[in-house]
Design a protein around this ligand. Sequence first.
Ligand SMILES: Nc1ncnc2c1ncn2[C@@H]1O[C@H](COP(=O)(O)OP(=O)(O)OP(=O)(O)O)[C@@H](O)[C@H]1O
Ligand SMILES: [Mg+2]
Length: 564
Amino acid sequence: MAGSRARGAGGEGRRGPFDPRLLHYAAATRRYLGLSVVLGTIATSLLVVQAWILASVLAGVIAGHESLHTCAPRLGFLAAAICLRGLVAYLAERSAHGASAEAKSQLRVAVVDHLVAPGCGADVDAAKVALGATVGLDALDGYFARYLPQVFLAVAAPSAVVVAICGIDWLSGIIVAVTVPLIPLFMILVGLRTGELIGARQGRLDALGRQFLDAVVALPTLKVFGRAQVQARAMQQAGDQYRSATMDTLRLAFLSSLVLELLATVSVALVAVAIGLRLLAGALTLDAAFFVLLLAPEAYVPLRNLGASYHASADGVAAADRLFEILEQPLAEPRGTSGARVASVGRLEVVDLSVQRGAGAAKVLDRVNLSVDPGEVLAITGCSGVGKTTLLSCLLSMTEPTSGVVLVDGVPLSVLDRSWWFEQVAWVPQRPHLFAGTIADNVALGRQGASWGAITQAIDDAGLTSVVESLPDGPWTVIGETGVGLSVGERQRVALARAFLRDAPLLLLDEPTAALDGATEAVVLAAIGRLVERRTTVMVAHRPSLVRLATRVVELEPASTVAR
Ligand SMILES: Nc1ncnc2c1ncn2[C@@H]1O[C@H](COP(=O)(O)OP(=O)(O)OP(=O)(O)O)[C@@H](O)[C@H]1O
Ligand SMILES: [Mg+2]
């Protein structure tokens, strides 16, 4: 599989000068490649024309049988050719940046689409994705603007130059034809080593990113346990390793540029010596000599540029490679896309439900059986780690049971349309996640297009009004990454407010009052009491005050369930 070949070091996945997966995942590349071929052909033709005009003018003027006046029309053409080459270079640069921006955006969208696809597993390396899809991918600019246009030119220009020179002087043509392939040969050798170095460098960058993410998230814990300095030293070490890997790559880049330059210079010198000797012997005309001398270096320029831009673009290609790795991970068979629904949520049944997280691991849930009638308020209790949250997750259809089934009104949950099912459920998780945005935005997540009145009502129902009023911008206060933080209890109430706003027939609550003080709990309990009145509810509950709201209690035990 292409994916397994690409796995491991970023550079290993690189195949040849062009990765066809780029065409597949970033359609913008196709149009750009077509345009590059057209512009490259024009640029190469202009190059030959320019050398021919310049050679004839120089030879005429130096030999003394032409004056500036007689050369004027050709000089005009020369100026036009130079201007046209400038225009072609401008168009190439412009299209390269446009295509690069478009391809990057297409790759990012493809990765996000893949990650949110129903069959995508949850075990994603966050640091790797974040780095690869942001700054990593930005390095593709060099690949598009410098490397890709040179790939075509590196084939077209030397061929055109060799043909043009052979038409005038076959010996020089042969020297160029023999020496030009030495450059790609050397580049392939360098490329193999560069791939390894870039792969190692990306690995170091990943490690650094992961460590940084960990340190930021766990800073208070690290401080309290006196490990902040150790973590800082570990990060410094990772930074040093990254720096040394970067220096290795740069060293190779400079060295290979030097050798390529040397190869090209020696080759042109060989052509020049051969021309000089035949010019002295009168075997070659002056204008032919000028033409060959002006054109010969141009056979090596695109190849040298290709070599130089290879290093500039390798980072971007390695980042794209790693995104391809993610994109090539097979998706599981998508569940719940059949559009199947039931008329109403009705009776919920859990039949012989077992969950095992990973082969060889102990079962989290072992043949659990329970049922919830419409309108019933079921409280699930049990010791910590017994699998209460896992059971709710199965009901939510976020966790796939190892065996057994959840029936909704007699229909297996696994065949029901997943999006429809999510619409039927209001869920308050044990650790609610708040997004960077205002409090109102976070509550509004509960129902798309909810009115302002409904949002403030939900905030009020969840006992959040006093919290919101104490904040400088009220419900428009920005929370999350950039704004103020909320306490655990306040976060839980934001999640409750979402559930109030959702107004769904089935309520799944995971210890919604666990982090509340007595007074707030009373407010929230009253609100939950109102909320559960018309709905089927399954709630994980520890506190007697919450359990009292239930019409039935089920205690989850490690091996079986016992109703009381
Ligand atoms: N993502 C996960 N990967 C692997 N194991 C998990 C995962 N989530 C939970 N577990 C394991 O499953 C078991 C049940 O976890 P669960 O969160 O369902 O317990 P719980 O009854 O809700 O506990 P608590 O009352 O502490 O919230 C635990 O032993 C836990 O280690
Ligand atoms: Mg739990």
